[in-house]
Write a protein that binds this ligand. Structure first.
Ligand code: BYC
Length: 330
């Protein structure tokens, strides 16, 4: 009985005995790894949790285009520019698959956008930090996409069919993104002392925010216990964060960089890296809208939405005209 096994967070999850018959049947299907499809019965909480997570994920992909898009005109070579344009376009595609997956749960794209612009829906904290140098583009690919993959690979096994299928395609593209970021860092580290310093500076600034991407520590995570019981999440926030640190520290060392954490060191007994305390006050400030770029990011999305109004209106007018023509012909 999976629902009773979840111990990773403080939040309590109902046992099978406490559920009503419909809910119990649903949980039994989840426990048996049967995928939930949009027209299946589902508890309202399951539907709401998915809309929250998938829409926030979609918003992250779309807002995530902004810090990298900032460097398209300044990429150092034609190849780097072409690669960066392709990557930023991929992020737009990821956002669209995810909005479509959320729409199958009965929420419209317009509603999700309104929730983003009103501040009701979140997007990943990481995109509220500025991209100051070209090395930041390397650090985003390496660390941010690296963290995203760590989180998204288990989401491929999510119990909700449309989300899990969207994640399979997204993960394939993300692994290319991660490698292109690391490739930028490798080149910078093999370059002049100044270039290597730029790479180290980017790692210093992006390290802690990347660790925050995984969400609050397990004891403070509000949704993990229920989301894990429903197999929306397969791992706790701290588990994935640890896996990310274990994967990334040797990659940093390989190119001669060091994380900015003096407490980061290999723990032989645990077979994992120890690392220092995350500044959670910074994380929660960013979530409240007080990060370095929150206002700028939302402003950019608001402007894009307003600037696109004429196009949405034209599409609606066109659809109405076609419908009227079809009716007249019948
Ligand atoms: N940022 O109970 P918890 C990308 C919120 S983009 C902001 O642990 P949960 C890419 C959380 O929403 C990849 N908010 O929540 C694109 C909740 O608040 P609400 C983005 C965060 O949902 C372009 C509260 O804190 N990936 O790859 O169980 C270029 C309590 O948290 C964050 C996804 O979106 C955060 N970092 O777990 C490059 C993955 N963390 O909603 C790359 C999908 C937590 O109650 N999402 N919060 O107001 C997830 O896997 C989960 O939602 C999380 C959080 C692990 C993020």
């Amino acid at each position: 009985m999976y629902a009773q096994m979840v111990k990773s967070t403080g939040a309590r999850v109902k046992s099978l005995d406490e559920m009503d018959p419909e809910e119990r049947a649903f949980q039994v299907r989840i426990d048996a790894d049967i995928k939930v499809e949009p027209k299946d019965w589902m508890p309202e909480g399951y539907r709401k949790t998915l809309i929250r997570q998938i829409s926030q994920h979609a918003h992250s992909e779309i807002v995530g285009q902004l810090p990298e898009g900032n460097w398209i005109t300044r990429a150092p070579t034609l190849d780097r520019k072409a690669i960066l344009i392709a990557k930023v376009q991929d992020e737009a595609g990821h956002g669209l698959y995810l909005y479509c997956a959320a729409e199958t749960l009965g929420v419209s794209r317009d509603e999700m956008t309104e929730q983003l612009l009103s501040g009701k829906a979140k997007y990943s904290s990481i995109f509220n930090y500025p991209t100051l140098t070209w090395a930041d583009i390397g650090a985003i690919g390496w660390l941010v996409d690296g963290a995203a993959i760590m989180n998204q690979v288990p989401l491929q096994r999510c119990s909700f069919g449309p989300y899990s299928r969207a994640m399979i395609r997204i993960c394939k593209e993300e692994s290319f993104h991660q490698r292109q970021g690391y490739d930028i860092m490798m080149k910078l580290c093999a370059g002049t002392a100044e270039q290597k310093e730029m790479a180290q500076d980017a790692l210093n600034r992006w390290w802690w925010p990347s660790l925050m991407m995984f969400g609050p520590s397990d004891q403070d995570s509000v949704h993990s216990a229920q989301s894990m019981a429903w197999k929306i999440k397969q791992n706790s926030n701290d588990e994935l964060r640890q896996k990310f640190v274990d994967q990334t520290v040797p990659q940093a060392e390989y190119i001669g960089l060091k994380t900015p954490d003096p407490d980061c060191k290999w723990n032989e007994a645990r077979g994992a890296y120890d690392f220092g305390e995350i500044d959670w006050s910074e994380f929660y400030e960013v979530l409240k809208g007080n990060g370095p770029c929150n206002k700028e990011r939302l402003e950019a999305r608001r402007k894009a939405w307003d600037d696109g109004a004429w196009f949405r209106d034209a599409l609606m007018a066109h659809a109405k005209k076609r419908e009227a023509r079809k009716m007249a012909a019948e």
